[in-house]
Design a protein around this ligand. Structure first.
Ligand SMILES: Cc1cc2nc3c(=O)[nH]c(=O)nc-3n(C[C@H](O)[C@H](O)[C@H](O)COP(=O)(O)OP(=O)(O)OC[C@H]3O[C@@H](n4cnc5c(N)ncnc54)[C@H](O)[C@@H]3O)c2cc1C
Length: 400
């Protein structure tokens, strides 16, 4: 007997194996809400602002009204019981499918910053900061990377924290910090001069000595404002030190989760690029027929669909490991390294299908192509994530 399944409303052409159907109905509704927000409200803002290298502040209001922030944090978002990692990941995918910069603005706030407070803060700190962040009345940022410390920042952090009674004094510099030019709360990581361990501090907007300056001239992620920050005798109360962070090991637990989010984002970039290329291949005619009718073009499309389908399966199982609480650093590192590498292939093949039009912003694909480069490098480069997995499978550290 054959069973015919009703086609899912709004099913993505790139979801060839129907992964989306694994979401329960209530979660799928939230995904469809995200899809509608991105398609109807966010998409019209994207190209103009990307071209002008500026962050459209109306995005904050759009996301605030959507109620989509805070969903993963039980008790804080609009959906108070919390949601599955599969939904959180699929939402990150959905946002990046429209625009990677916008998904990063949201991911830095809702992932890196909120998760730092959720997992690194004590109950009083969660209650103090998370409700306003979940409502998007306050925006967060996450300041780890430094001008001289990127891949080696764990062992080589130069920003320092010195305790003076009930106050901490922070000094140093940070680089690449998304949202930091306007964020209300910036989670700053610094090395305690007394015990040499990395600690986390919530620095509030306007604190004297905290000076974020927008980085100009990026060729990717032009909608996100990334800042270089100097910290000069920035004084922060002990009450703003994340109480459950004792060393970099605790920070690694945060990065494990957010790295998975970036792999989902890379999947979204693949999906968005493939959809654009498929549409173009059906419409664009050369030699009297749509270019999608040429074998060599079909080869690029099918290889892209294979990358998407394999990556989506990997991410789905990763989310299950997260939900089951048996998720390790090497699991998210393998996903980040693998999926971003597949993404790089898909954006290049998709751009290729557009020929010369592939370098014009108005056709969207050029934006995906450029943004993919940043995703490939941030939250641990491919090399760093490869070394994490390599150490896990061989028992040998090859970092130095
Ligand atoms: C758009 C964007 C947004 C970002 N947002 C944030 C943010 O919000 N907050 C934040 O804290 N950071 C952020 N970052 C920083 C990001 O995480 C770093 O760029 C990343 O960790 C890499 O560090 P790096 O750029 O200093 O490169 P480097 O560490 O200098 O690496 C340069 C190259 O050397 C390779 N390399 C280094 N060491 C080794 C080794 N042992 N073996 C083999 N190869 C090696 C790297 O893989 C890379 O290819 C952002 C970056 C970008 C580009």
């Amino acid at each position: 007997m054959t069973t015919t399944q009703e086609p899912l409303q709004d099913q993505l052409v790139a979801d060839f194996y129907d992964y989306e159907a694994l979401l329960p109905d209530d979660e799928r509704k939230l995904l469809l809400k995200t899809r509608a927000l991105m398609r109807d409200e966010v998409k019209p803002l994207v190209n103009e602002n990307w071209g002008k290298d500026q962050f459209p502040t109306e995005l904050i209001g759009l996301f605030r009204e959507s109620g989509l922030a805070g969903l993963p944090y039980e008790g804080y978002g609009e959906h108070r019981p919390g949601v599955s990692n599969l939904l959180s990941g699929t939402m990150a995918m959905e946002m990046a499918r429209t625009d990677a910069s916008v998904s990063t603005f949201f991911g830095v706030h809702n992932g890196l910053a909120m998760y730092s407070v959720y997992s690194g803060g004590d109950q009083e700190q969660r209650d103090r900061w998370l409700p306003a962040m979940a409502a998007m009345d306050k925006i967060g940022a996450f300041a780890m990377t430094e001008p001289l410390g990127g891949s080696d920042v764990a062992g080589g952090m130069r920003t320092t924290a010195k305790r003076e009674g009930d106050t901490w004094v922070l000094n140093g510099a940070k680089k690449w910090i998304g949202n930091a030019t306007f964020a209300d709360y910036v989670v700053v990581w610094a090395r305690d001069l007394d015990d040499n361990h990395v600690k986390g501090f919530v620095v509030e907007k306007g604190t004297p000595g905290f000076d974020p300056v927008k980085i100009e001239g990026k060729i990717a992620f032009r909608i996100v404002e990334n800042a270089e920050i100097t910290l000069t005798d920035v004084r922060v109360p002990e009450a703003n030190r994340l109480q459950n962070i004792d060393s970099f090991r605790d920070v690694a637990e945060i990065l494990r989760a957010t790295r998975a989010g970036v792999a989902w984002q890379a999947l979204g970039v693949m999906v968005g690029a493939y959809e654009l290329a498929l549409d173009y291949a059906r419409e664009r005619k050369q030699f009297g027929r749509p270019i999608g009718g040429f074998q060599l073009v079909q080869d690029l499309l099918v290889k892209s669909l294979g990358n998407i389908t394999a990556s989506w399966g990997m991410m789905t199982q990763l989310a299950r490991l997260q939900d089951a609480g048996i998720f390790r650093d090497e699991h998210s590192s393998l996903a980040k390294a693998f999926v971003t590498s597949r993404m790089r292939e898909v954006v290049a093949w998709s751009r290729e299908i557009f020929g010369g039009n592939g370098i014009l912003l108005e056709h969207d694909i050029a934006r995906f192509f450029a943004d993919a480069e940043a995703i490939y490098s941030f939250e641990g480069t491919r090399e760093m994530n490869t070394l994490i997995v390599g150490k896990s499978i061989t028992g040998q550290s090859a970092f130095v």
